[in-house]
Design a protein around this ligand. Structure first.
Ligand SMILES: Nc1ncnc2c1ncn2[C@@H]1O[C@H](COP(=O)(O)OP(=O)(O)O)[C@@H](O)[C@H]1O
Ligand SMILES: [Mg+2]
Length: 256
């Protein structure tokens, strides 16, 4: 059964339709990578999934939970939206850590707030979980450091641990290494690769083509708000069938 189903999703800003009728599904444990030129709608798609934008129409379903269905308008409470948002974790290009909190506190903050609302959550395990996640990210010795004391790569690894701490069904990355120099890019990509090996369900927007090839079960090529091509890395990257994919990959290889 698909863990995520997106059907006929549309989103406009003023008069411009940025997402034109997008449909796709993914299975639990899969890594799906979205590639495409700047402005093709990749970030808007991720923001729609994460309730940071409201789609104009379509359906978003995670497992049996309908997150959005334009045919069934309902006014959701803040609380309901927050609960639905928990299906997804989001890691941004710019890390977005809380500067006034240590690495450890950045990770424990949201689970602690959640435990106050939901008494079924075991608050005593939050810190231990956070420490385990930092260890998994190779940051055991950085728990007490503030973001400004960490490199960009370390900050991004804290951001990944923070997203994982809420046990999302699907972890989304929006160009997680675009703000990093090549050396630090490698350490972040290694961590994401490890998550893929452990069958963490992930949607990754990236321009790192050889990483995408290695790590993905499925590649989605977006062009001007539509899915122009999708398939395995062998299909989409090695043997693209769509003229626009061929053009995009050729530009990419030429370093444009
Ligand atoms: N909040 C917004 N208001 C108006 N236009 C937007 C907004 N967000 C994105 N856009 C436009 O939508 C298009 C797609 O943007 P985006 O989803 O960021 O693409 P990508 O992530 O693929 O570069 C762009 O033309 C962008 O200018
Ligand atoms: Mg973007």
């Amino acid at each position: 059964m698909a863990i995520l189903e997106v059907r006929n999703l549309k989103k406009s800003f003023e008069d411009t339709e940025v997402i034109h009728d997008i449909s796709f599904t993914m299975d639990e444990g899969e890594t799906v990578t979205i590639i495409g030129s700047s402005g093709s709608g990749k970030t808007t798609l991720l923001r729609c999934l994460n309730f940071l934008e409201t789609p104009d129409s379509g359906v978003i379903k995670v497992k049996d939970d309908i997150l959005f269905d334009s045919d069934v308008p309902e006014s959701m409470s803040e609380e309901a939206i927050r609960r639905k948002r928990l299906h997804f974790g989001l890691v941004f290009q710019s890390f977005n850590l809380f500067p006034q909190y240590t690495a450890l506190e950045n990770i424990t903050l949201a689970p602690s707030l959640l435990a106050k609302e939901d008494t079924s959550i075991d608050a005593s395990s939050i810190e231990e979980n956070a420490k385990e996640l930092l260890e998994k990210m190779g940051l055991s010795d950085r728990m007490g450091n503030y973001p400004h004391e960490l490199s960009g790569g370390q900050q991004q690894r804290v951001a990944i641990a923070r997203a994982l701490a809420l046990h999302p069904d699907i972890l989304c990355f929006d160009e997680p290494t675009s703000a990093l120099d090549p050396e630090l890019t490698g350490e972040v990509l290694r961590v994401i690769k490890e998550l893929a090996k452990q069958h963490t369900t992930m949607i990754i927007v990236t321009h790192e083509m050889s990483f995408a090839h290695d790590v993905s079960d499925k590649i989605i090529f977006m062009d001007k708000g539509v899915i122009a091509e999708e398939g395995t890395p062998e299909e989409v990257i090695d043997n693209p069938g769509n003229e626009r994919t061929i053009q995009f990959l050729a530009n990419y290889k030429n370093g444009k």
